[in-house]
Design a binder for this molecule. Structure first.
Ligand code: ZN
Length: 94
């Protein structure tokens, strides 16, 4: 699947990833891994669950790692149930 990076968004709208990794880059951006924080997505606020306000990455590759954490990819889930919806256009991992 295509690799997610710092700033990639989720399927609820917005929710840009705040990448933790500082040594691995894809397309000139920090690669995203399991457990990365995120900015609030479009469902943050009101009576919605607070998980939309920091929809962390909750899935990573079981075979490709950066700084010891599984690489997060497009279509992988976030804490609030959204999926990461943007990614590198041309870098894949399993
Ligand atoms: Zn959400």
């Amino acid at each position: 699947m295509l690799v997610a990076r710092h700033g990639d968004l989720n399927s609820h709208g917005n929710g840009a990833i705040v990448a933790f990794v500082t040594t691995v880059f894809v397309n000139g951006m920090q690669i995203s891994t399991l457990g990365d924080n995120s900015l609030a997505d479009s469902q943050c606020g009101g009576d919605n669950p607070i998980t939309h306000c920091n929809p962390k990455t909750t899935v990573g590759s079981l075979s490709v790692f950066a700084e010891g954490k599984g690489v997060h990819r497009i279509e992988d889930f976030r804490l609030c149930g959204a999926k990461t919806s943007t990614s590198s256009p041309n870098v894949f991992c399993g």
